[in-house]
Structures are given as structure tokens and as C-alpha cells.
Design a binder for this molecule. Structure first.
Ligand SMILES: Cc1ncc(COP(=O)(O)O)c(C=O)c1O
Length: 417
């Protein structure tokens, strides 16, 4: 059977799919692997309790149960949830949102698929536009979303070094160029995989640049404020009419509900909801119904600050300390953990690639993600940095994390000798 260009593009082997298969095979091998590779959020007991309670309330109320299971929402999403969310965000941040500024999607991954292809790819005049990622490394999930080839262009960051072998990526505004080829700019804040939170100043500058060039600024807040609020330093929440803010309920503890939230100017939400209707008819109601009461009471932000944030901050701190011990004597650097649920480690001038390190660790029962997958839009194969980093998740049981980090230390040491 012959596949269309679309069929070919979305079935041809992507690096990350191959890696996922490889991971699946490793796990299916029956060995008790230490999983430090996954992107699944951890299980925060207080959040699980609150969600259980909410589910019981819904089950006990026929009207709410029907809304959860038996009614198509409008293409823009669950109306009451949208109204309450607008109210909450206005109260907190004075953004002056109305219901027409918010759309619900089946997970922010699907928000990005729609948004990226709305603004980049083949244009009506036949020209091609791209999505600009101001910093790579950036979220792997963006990489294969474009309907056309060479869909992203990204920039190498500037690197600042701090005490204690910490470093931070910064947007290199001297190199960054927005020309007619760029359809939108997108950045995740906090960033998956690095845990970077680009500064308020960088956000302001990117916003001004996009506004000047009359293109949207897409801000991926899957880990950001006001929920799940996995940010460990000060960062000002940001939205204006030129910004498309993408939020998600996944890292609040509802990844299986597949609920994304898009906040943007009315005209964008109208177009976005139209595409959403064609693709999905209606977004699912599950996440919106589960979170409704917590948005109404404000508990969604309170619980994020009181339970989710400390859960990850504590684990991140412990993991950093263990890595300092385990890696001593090697030329390692750790990206400043400012948010999200990962650590990003850089092994400068290591004698093997991060992919080879991944293979060696897998053989010893530890799964990490080699960093080379996180550079969508970088076409310079000579940039060694791409093959010197790994992403590590630290949300597993402490004993497993300790053991995993010890093994990583041993293998990295060997890789330097
Ligand atoms: C930075 C970032 N954006 C978006 C997503 C997609 O999240 P979801 O589709 O579950 O809302 C993820 C998932 O891990 C992510 O890390």
C-alpha cells in the first residue's frame, strides 16, 4: 500500500521512537532496571488523595457524572472550567482574560501539533516557514510535529558557569535572528530536559522581538506557574496578547487525563478551536471535570506550591548532592536545577558519546536518556556538546536513585579514563 507524504512523514523512523522501543525491550527483559529515563510525573500522595476524593464526589452526583462521561463539550472545551480558570488567573495575575481567550485540548502535546502547524510549514504563497526555538536543548516532543521537513531552527545557547560545577544556558540574543522564514517562536519554561527557567528578562526580550516581527510567542508552561508550579527560583508568570501560553494538567498529577490548556488572543483561540474540532470533535472532559473544584477553590495553586513543588525540589537537591559525590574527579557539570522534573548532566570532553554511555548504563541496569535527542533544529553535527549530555529523572524511590547515581558515577569515571 502506498503512503501519502503525511503517512510517510509520520511513520518513518524517528530517533526517539527507536529509543523508546529500545527502552521497552530493555524493560521487557525481566531485569529489575533502575528507571531514570522516563518523563512520567511522580506520585505525590496529597494530590492522589485529593483526586480520589474528587472522583468519589463526581460518582456520587449524577449530574456531574453525566458531564464527565456523557456530554460532548464544545470545541473550545468545558465551559465552566474555562470560566473558572479565567477568573482564577485574572485574580492572581491581572491578565484580563475572558472565556474566549482559553481553549482546552487533549494534552499539550496536541496543542503544540496544532499551533506549530498553524504558524509554520507551507504558507498560502508557497513559501515555507519554520518554528524558532531560541535555545536547544529543548523538549524532544516538539521534534517530529511538523508537517514539512526542516521545520525547526534553533540556536546554541550561551553558557554561564557557577560555583559547584553548575552551569546555565542563556538565550544568545547576539546570534538570534528572526526573519521572514520564522512563523513563531517557542520555548519551554521550565525546560525539559534541562530544568532551565529562562529569566524574566529573556522572556521580555523574546516577547518584544516576536511582537516586532508580528509573529506569536509560544510559551510552554507544562511545568510552570500557577500549576504544577515546579519552579525552584523566582520567575514572573507571563502572558500578553501576542503570547500563546500552553499549560497542562499532566504534571499536576493527571497525565492520563490528557488535558492541555491554551491561552491566547481571541482570534487565535477561535482558529485553534476550529482545528481542534476537526481533529477531535471535542476535547475530553475528564481533566477539566477532575480539576474543576480545585480551580474554583484555588486549591490547584495551593496544592502545587505546598505539595508538588517541595516534592520535586527535595528530590532534586538530594540527587544533585549524590551526583557531586559520585562524579568527583571527572569533568562533569550539572545544569542549575531551576524547575521541571529532571537533571541535565554534561560530561565535558568525555571519551565516549552520551549514547555509548546510555548503552553501557543500560547493560548495568540503569536507564537514562542520551542527550543527543534534545537538539531539534540544530543542524551543526560538529557541535560536540550534543553528545556529551544525559537527562536523568530522580523521582523514583530514594534507594533506587542512590544506587543508580552510584552506577552512573562508575561508568562516567570509566568513560574518562
Ligand atoms: C516541556 C513539555 N511540554 C509539553 C509536554 C506534553 O505534555 P502533555 O501532552 O502531557 O500535556 C511535556 C511532557 O512531558 C513536556 O515535558
Amino acid at each position: 500500500m502506498e503512503l501519502s507524504s503525511f503517512g510517510e512523514k509520520f511513520t518513518s523512523e524517528s530517533g526517539i521512537l527507536k529509543l523508546m522501543e529500545d527502552l521497552g525491550n530493555a524493560l521487557a527483559g525481566g531485569r529489575d532496571m533502575i528507571m531514570m529515563g522516563g518523563g512520567n510525573p511522580g506520585y505525590v500522595p496529597e494530590i492522589e488523595d485529593a483526586l480520589k476524593k474528587r472522583m468519589e464526589d463526581i460518582l456520587a452526583d449524577p449530574d456531574q457524572f453525566r458531564r464527565l462521561t456523557g456530554i460532548y463539550d464544545p470545541p473550545q472545551g468545558e465551559k465552566e472550567f474555562i470560566g473558572l480558570l479565567a477568573e482564577m488567573l485574572n485574580k492572581k495575575f491581572s491578565w484580563n482574560l475572558e472565556e474566549k481567550n482559553i481553549a482546552i485540548t487533549n494534552g499539550s502535546q496536541s496543542s503544540f501539533f496544532i499551533l506549530f502547524n498553524m504558524f509554520a510549514g507551507k504558507m498560502p504563497d508557497g513559501s515555507l516557514k519554520k518554528i524558532l526555538l531560541p535555545i536547544a536543548p529543548e523538549y524532544i516532543g516538539y521534534a517530529d510535529t511538523g508537517l514539512t521537513e526542516a521545520f525547526f531552527v534553533s540556536y546554541k545557547p550561551r553558557i554561564d558557569f557557577f560555583d559547584n560545577r553548575l552551569f546555565k544556558y542563556r538565550v544568545d540574543f547576539d546570534s538570534l535572528e528572526i526573519n521572514d522564514e520564522i512563523g513563531a517562536v517557542c520555548v519551554s519554561r521550565p525546560t525539559n530536559p534541562t530544568g532551565n527557567v529562562i529569566t524574566d528578562n529573556e522572556v521580555e526580550k523574546l516577547s518584544l522581538l516576536t511582537e516586532k516581527n508580528n509573529i506569536p510567542f509560544i510559551l510552554d508552561s507544562a511545568y510552570g506557574t500557577p500549576f504544577p508550579d515546579i519552579i525552584f527560583n523566582e520567575a514572573k508568570p507571563f502572558w500578553n496578547k501576542n503570547t500563546i501560553l500552553c499549560m497542562s494538567l499532566s504534571k499536576f498529577g493527571l497525565p492520563a487525563a490528557r488535558t492541555g490548556i491554551v491561552i491566547a488572543d481571541e482570534s487565535i483561540i477561535k482558529n485553534f478551536s476550529g482545528i481542534n474540532a476537526i481533529m477531535n470533535l471535542a476535547p475530553g472532559s475528564f481533566g477539566a471535570m477532575m480539576a474543576l473544584d480545585m480551580v474554583k477553590s484555588g486549591d490547584i495553586t495551593k496544592f502545587s506550591r505546598e505539595f508538588i513543588n517541595p516534592y520535586y525540589m527535595e528530590k532534586s537537591k538530594n540527587a544533585v548532592e549524590l551526583f557531586h559525590e559520585a562524579l568527583e574527579g571527572t569533568d562533569y557539570y550539572i545544569h542549575k536545577p531551576e524547575g521541571a522534573i529532571f537533571l541535565w548532566l554534561w560530561f565535558k570532553d568525555m571519551k565516549i558519546t552520551s549514547y555509548e554511555l546510555y548503552e553501557r548504563l543500560k547493560a548495568r541496569g540503569v536507564i537514562v536518556v542520551p542527550g543527543n535527542y534534545f537538539f531539534p533544529g540544530i543542524y551543526d553535527n560538529s557541535w560536540k556538546h550534543r553528545d556529551e549530555c544525559i537527562r536523568v529523572t530522580y523521582s523514583q524511590e530514594p534507594e533506587k536513585v542512590r544506587k543508580g547515581i552510584k552506577i552512573i558515577g562508575e561508568e562516567v569515571r570509566k568513560a574518562y579514563s
